[in-house]
Design a protein around this ligand. Structure first.
Ligand SMILES: CC(=O)SCCNC(=O)CCNC(=O)[C@H](O)C(C)(C)COP(=O)(O)OP(=O)(O)OC[C@H]1O[C@@H](n2cnc3c(N)ncnc32)[C@H](O)[C@@H]1OP(=O)(O)O
Ligand SMILES: O=C([O-])CC(=O)C(=O)O
Length: 369
């Protein structure tokens, strides 16, 4: 039974919200975040400045930026209960699942859990953003039987995050590249995970619930999970010829090539991928190893010729993470950690101007008299 003719599988082209947070202006090739182009921001601002932009609606001045760093740093430590629960999890699960559980445990530490006011939501968002690097890294460490690592509060947010991952203080270049990745991942309009979070928030459910839904969404390889899949694919071949053969074979088998295509950019390269490809070139010129860059470029050429499809952010983010010495199972958790800022902004906006999401269906099942 059809209620309306306008059914859009995958909600392709459907407008799901009115927002002041962000917009993919594909025609002008801009990713608008609170009025600014994310690509321009990625060239002269850092992740925390964009966090401030997302949660406060304006870029911070120097003292606001310093205050934000402190505000997040006081929340770096995970409650002991979270560590205890992480310790009970099966080592087989993915760190994204451990983080999801960690976020659920954190909900139990919020003594104003039923308060959805903007003020309390914002306080909560900052707490979670402070915790997110420690939760990300220690979820992975504990699953791998390692002791949790303690954050270094004197380092910058991104420097500390990368330090906790690798155990070594990163160089200036490594910090800059990692911070730029966090910034580029921070917000992207209405991807599946953000939509999921807004749907959950629309029942008046809380930020923790919205984030646990969003993290489950983002884990899938059609979304955030693609960055890990890209790296595994790059490792499938030792040579460029071998990699080209793998791509051709996957296409022959009608498999999707991870890191290519995008619902909104469709037949254009994701502007974020352009920036991250430059970072890969820079890292490759410094360590003198172009092999990943050359494989990626070979894949890019084949996909353009054979499918008219171009890289999304995850395609070039994967080799950059690899060059930074980041273990592959942390690629998607880092994406989620960075995206927590954007998702929190959307949850707050949904709570401030809410109508419950409740669509209808075209029924194609049986009907008995
Ligand atoms: C940061 C991010 O989360 S970005 C997304 C990361 N995800 C990936 O990289 C996974 C690979 N890409 C994809 O699966 C898709 O391009 C998505 C999920 C990103 C977008 O999906 P949709 O907008 O629904 O596009 P859809 O899957 O319908 O693809 C349209 C056509 O292009 C093809 N196509 C799309 N992406 C790919 C791909 N990566 N490899 C091969 N073919 C592809 C489809 O097979 C389809 O072809 P058809 O019309 O002949 O059936
Ligand atoms: O916008 C999307 O659908 C997916 C994406 O690129 C992101 O979440 O960064």
């Amino acid at each position: 039974m059809k209620i309306k003719e306008t059914f859009a599988p995958g909600l392709d082209g459907v407008i799901a919200a009115e927002t002041e947070i962000s917009f993919l202006d594909v025609e002008k090739e801009k990713i608008i975040i609170q009025g600014y182009d994310l690509i321009e921001l990625s060239k002269n601002k850092d992740y925390l400045e964009v966090v401030h932009l997302l949660l406060e609606g304006v870029l911070p001045n120097a003292s606001e930026k310093a205050a934000l760093k402190e505000r997040l740093a006081v929340n770096y430590e995970l409650p002991t209960n979270v560590l205890k629960v992480l310790d009970l999890l099966s080592p087989e699960i993915h760190p994204m699942d451990a983080m999801r559980t960690g976020i659920s445990v954190l909900a139990g530490h919020d003594d104003s859990i039923d308060d959805r006011s903007l003020e309390v939501n914002k306080k909560r968002a900052y707490q979670l953003l402070g915790l997110m690097p420690t939760l990300t890294v220690n979820s992975y460490r504990i699953l791998n039987g390692k002791e949790p690592v303690a954050p270094l509060k004197d380092l910058s947010y991104s420097e500390n995050f990368l330090y906790m991952i690798t155990g070594q203080k990163p160089t200036e270049l490594e910090t800059r590249v990692f911070d730029q990745l966090l910034l580029l991942y921070s917000e992207h309009e209405m991807p599946n995970s953000t939509f999921t979070a807004r749907v959950i928030a629309s029942t008046n459910s809380d930020l923790y619930g919205a984030l646990t839904g969003a993290i489950s969404s983002l884990k899938g390889n059609l979304h955030g999970g693609a960055n890990e899949a890209v790296m595994y694919m790059l490792q499938e071949a030792d040579t460029i010829d071998g990699f080209e053969a793998i791509i051709h074979e996957k296409l022959r088998q009608k498999e999707k090539i991870m890191g290519f295509g995008h619902r909104v950019y469709m037949k254009k390269m994701d502007p974020r991928a352009v920036i991250v490809k430059e970072a890969l070139k820079e890292l490759s010129s410094i360590d003198g190893d172009n092999s990943l860059l050359e494989k990626c470029e070979a894949g890019e050429r084949i996909m353009a010729e054979e499918k008219g499809l171009y890289p999304n952010l995850d395609y070039y983010a994967a080799p950059v993470y690899f060059k930074l010495g980041i273990p592959i199972p942390l690629y998607t958790p880092i994406f989620f950690s960075a995206r927590t800022a954007g998702i929190a902004a959307h949850v707050m906006e949904q709570h401030e101007n809410n109508r419950i999401f409740r669509p209808r269906v075209n029924y194609i099942g049986k009907q008995y008299e």
